[in-house]
Design a binder for this molecule. Structure first.
Ligand code: PA5
Length: 417
């Protein structure tokens, strides 16, 4: 179960706007009853109630084939079509190489990925709900040339498509060539899709225990429904702080294995809330590294920040600080102490200092760096995000701003400047 610790919110905790709890309860009810804004995209809410065994068997068969026949998987996708899988691989690890492409329009990136893959056998999982997004579509053109060089007319047998059930260019190509395909459910938007084939297929390929991931998400949902989860409290606190002038939420990690999770979280909250000239801006920092760059600003700069520390309770590794005869760095008092304990003290000390400087700190505690905890965390954030955006009065499931920029870029590409 995901827990939150409010110790370092200090007096901010006493300044909760009246009526906010009721607003959160109303938002939750509208999400569950499917009469909220964007209700046609709330399929992710109950998706975790049971595992679709048929789908799981199909995905397992395809991932086994990839793991047996190839040396690597290349995932092509952008935004909600890759961030969840990448976050999970960063958080848990895996035992099979997975590369990512289609997240930018950089020649340098393509040259690096091509170099990494040119002497390897690999499969491609092209993930795009719309099938027409510029970055992954361009990437696929380059990758297709590489596949054709390697596998000649058999190239399409090394492609798996994850896309819309019936529309879009990728769906058309997959049907024409008989490419193995998985469906992004109609009622699940990109940034809420990590627990569908969008995230699950690459994770199966990577060797991640996706059953435990799903079980963790299901358990978190059950906790939410029985009032045991802190997800709604998280939604409440961040909105209370926002109304008190904290317009930026900085997600902070003390382990780089959580950094890609912050990228996933930023998309989830940024695209869900940032509309109609409002919303909490989601930012992230990796501590203690960034304390030596952003620390000054957080402690002492513009007063618009709330900080959310994402903390793993039981880490997978730990080390004792070595002792030497000479205390050259003056740190002998730490010899024999655990590195994880020092990291924890660094986080506690930093939260204390930042609170004193006017930045409230919330701590989100994840039990362990394993699949079950991650599934719970994915669901915790998705649910809190849906509720939080509804409290702010916006549709959590559309992204009109993204569509605007896509249109503007396309216009230039077609007509030129
Ligand atoms: O959350 C979203 O819906 C977006 O970020 C999309 O995931 C992103 O734009 C990619 O779209 P598509 O999967 O259609 O290529």
């Amino acid at each position: 179960m995901i827990r939150i610790d409010t110790k370092y919110l200090g007096s901010f905790l006493e300044r909760m706007p009246t009526g906010l709890d009721e607003e959160v309860s109303k938002a939750q009810a509208s999400l569950e009853q499917k009469n909220c804004k964007g209700s046609e995209y709330t399929g992710w809410v109950e998706l975790v109630d049971s595992i679709d065994e048929n789908l799981m068997a199909q995905m397992t068969e395809v991932s086994n084939e990839i793991r047996e026949k190839a040396e690597a998987l290349l995932v092509i996708g952008i935004g909600g079509s890759y961030l969840g899988a990448k976050a999970a691989m960063n958080f848990i690890g895996g035992d099979f190489p997975v590369y990512f492409l289609g997240q930018n329009i950089s020649s340098h990136t393509w040259s690096q990925v091509r170099e990494a893959l040119k002497d390897k056998t690999f499969y491609v999982n092209f993930i795009s709900k719309s099938g027409g997004t510029l970055e992954p579509a361009l990437a696929f053109r380059f990758v297709r040339t590489l596949l054709e060089e390697k596998y000649n007319e058999e190239w399409h047998r090394y492609v798996v498509a994850t896309t819309d059930r019936e529309k879009g260019k990728l769906k058309g190509l997959a049907d024409r060539l008989g490419i193995t395909s998985f469906v992004v459910p109609d009622d699940v938007g990109g940034r809420y899709s990590v627990l569908t084939p969008v995230g699950l297929l690459p994770l199966l390929c990577a060797g991640v225990d996706v059953r435990s991931l799903m079980q963790g998400a299901k358990a978190e949902r059950e906790d939410i429904l029985s009032g045991q989860s802190d997800a709604l409290q998280y939604a409440t606190i961040r909105n209370a702080l926002y109304r008190g002038g904290k317009a930026v939420e900085m997600m902070v990690t003390y382990n780089p294995a959580l950094n890609d999770l912050c990228e996933w979280w930023k998309q989830l909250f940024g695209e869900s809330e940032g509309k109609s000239s409002q919303g909490i801006f989601p930012a992230s920092a990796s501590f203690t590294t960034d304390l030596h760059s952003l620390g000054q600003f957080i402690q002492d700069g513009t007063d618009f920040l709330m900080e959310t520390v994402l903390w793993v309770e039981k880490e997978n590794e730990d080390f004792e600080i070595p002792r030497f005869d000479e205390d050259t760095d003056g740190l002998d008092y730490l010899a024999g102490k655990s590195l994880n304990w020092i990291n924890e003290m660094a986080s506690e000390g930093t939260m204390k200092a930042h609170l004193a400087g006017g930045t409230p700190n919330l701590k989100i505690i994840v039990p362990a760096r394993d699949a079950r905890s991650l599934g719970a965390l994915f669901y915790f954030f998705e649910y809190a995000c849906g509720v939080s955006a509804l409290v702010q009065g916006v549709n959590p499931f559309d992204q009109p701003g993204v569509e605007d920029y896509k249109r503007s870029v396309k216009e230039l590409l077609v007509k030129g400047i």
